[in-house]
Design a protein around this ligand. Structure first.
Ligand code: GLN
Length: 490
């Protein structure tokens, strides 16, 4: 039954509806694959096979009765950042101990309501802080892709590394992920998968462990652009439980994927041509431009002059919000508690033992930039820069419908290769701008580099215009004809 695990979500849904196979069969096939490979790939940090088989049996009943939802019977994985009722949720942090939520996040609830089946919880960087998944309390997952002729393990990217590994290695049909500064798009680029972050507010944040509330957004990692549209439609929608959720209807994005780009204007922002960018990524970007031109799009050169300030602004705003959000982990209510002889000692003991190094670094930066003496110089300034970045986008979207850029300045790298935090942060250079401006962005696999590793192209759309991301993403996918799969070594 391993072949079932290789299906796209769209093909699997079709097979389930035609009763070519049952949800129980495809779910069992995934459970077997996860069992056989998880020790090596470390994608799942919690496996829920019994729950999955129960959900699959229920889905089979519904399909037989002709009343299934739009994801009926489809097995998926869930990033460990989403609260799942009765299933351990720790955001891969020690501070959450063995926390078992008593409620379900809105996004996952919507997926179960649509009929999806939960295979388990997926590995991630602690509290989604990182670009390589190395900060997880459970150790990093392995990228199924390796450099040609090498057996060195590479990172699947971060923070949604487990989601990307699971999708690339056929350990689920698709996965939830989350993106605060690139955590859906960068892992997608590193693993030859598709990832989309919708407009801020499209998906409810209720029940997602908070990192930086004004930047966090839910989204899927999937095998194809169409699969990502199917999942995103089920994940989005207004939710009264999240005050930042937008009261907007969810369009039929799946229909946009094959609509083509005839007559669209695609902007090429010159500031995304950065120093030291590998030639191959430059070349792929030019190739992407050609592909879109050939399909009838008009290409326009545009400028986003404040791009160079995006990364520093992000690494002030995100830690500032994190320092406030993570103040709730004090040893009183959740998980780990290291009791001291007074309250302050208990806080200090709990937080220094419970949080890993990267999280502690961010909390210190965040507390510093919010402190009274430095607030104006750092935080307030970063917020002003953020506004300028947003204004740049508003201006260029007067001239074009969407932007095309590389997703990342590199292909997947090895563990330990970026030991300096600033080097690690630089990996987010092309992705953080969409979060700062609240815009949708999709990463589509477009080619393999000289070492045989996947590279992605990114499409950034106007606010609430995921449709254009899907149109351009679909056109790139078709032109690229990217069908490569990692050679199985796990
Ligand atoms: N890599 C970025 C960071 O470390 C983005 C993380 C994310 O999007 N969750 O903050």
């Amino acid at each position: 039954m391993t072949e079932l695990t290789k299906l796209t979500l769209a093909a699997a849904l079709d097979g389930l509806q035609r009763k070519a196979f049952s949800s129980t069969e495809i779910t069992q096939a995934f459970i077997d694959q996860i069992e056989a490979s998880n020790e090596t790939l470390n994608a799942y940090v919690v496996k829920t096979p019994e729950k999955a088989l129960d959900m699959a049996a229920e889905a089979d009943r519904k399909i037989a009765a002709g009343e299934g939802g739009r994801l009926e019977g489809a097995p998926i994985g869930v990033k460990d950042l989403y609260c799942t009722k009765g299933v351990r949720t720790t955001a891969c942090s020690n501070i959450l101990g063995e926390f078992i939520p008593t409620y379900e996040s809105t996004v996952t609830q919507q997926l179960w309501d649509a009929g999806a089946v939960m295979l388990g919880k997926l590995n991630m960087d602690e509290f989604a802080m990182g670009s390589s998944n190395e900060t997880s309390r459970f150790g990093p997952p392995a990228n199924p892709w390796r450099r040609e002729g090498s057996n060195q393990t590479l990172t699947p990217g971060g923070s949604s590394g487990g989601s990307a590994t699971a999708v690339a290695a056929d350990l689920c049909l698709g996965a939830t992920a989350s993106d605060t500064g690139g955590s859906i798009r960068q892992p997608a680029s590193f693993t030859g998968t598709v990832g989309i972050k919708p407009t801020y507010g499209r998906a409810s944040r209720y029940g997602m462990v908070a990192f930086a509330s004004s930047l966090d957004q839910a989204g899927p990692i999937a095998k194809t652009v169409e699969d990502s549209a199917i999942l995103l439609e089920a994940m989005c929608g207004h939710d009264k439980k999240d005050s930042t959720s937008l009261p907007e209807p969810v369009p039929e994005w799946r229909d946009a994927v094959h609509r083509g780009v005839q007559g669209m204007k695609i902007g090429i922002p010159k500031e995304y041509r950065v120093d030291d960018m590998p030639e191959e990524i430059e070349a792929l970007w030019s190739q992407g431009i050609e592909w879109l031109k050939e399909q009838g799009a008009e290409i326009v050169d545009v400028s986003l002059p404040h791009t160079k300030y995006a990364l520093p602004a992000y690494y002030i705003v995100a830690p500032a919000e994190a320092s406030s959000n993570l103040a709730r982990y004090d040893g009183m209510r959740y998980g780990t508690r290291v009791a001291g002889d007074n309250l302050i000692n208990t806080y200090e003991g709990t937080r220094s033992e419970g949080f890993g190094n990267e999280v502690q670094r961010r909390l210190m930066i965040g507390t510093y930039v919010l402190s009274s003496g430095y607030y104006d110089a750092y935080y307030l300034r970063a917020q002003k820069v953020r506004k300028k970045i947003l204004n740049d986008f508003v201006t260029v979207f007067g001239e074009c419908d969407a932007l095309l850029t590389p997703t990342c300045p590199s292909a997947a790298f090895a563990y330990g290769e970026k030991a300096d935090p600033v080097q690690m942060y630089l990996n987010d250079i092309f992705t953080v701008t969409a979060n700062l401006a609240g815009l949708p962005g999709i990463s589509v696999p477009a080619a393999l580099d000289k070492q045989g590793l996947p590279l992605g192209l990114q499409v950034i759309g106007k606010a609430l215009d995921e449709t254009s991301c899907f149109r351009v993403g679909g056109a790139l996918e078709e032109a690229a004809g990217f069908v490569a799969k990692p050679e199985k070594w796990w």
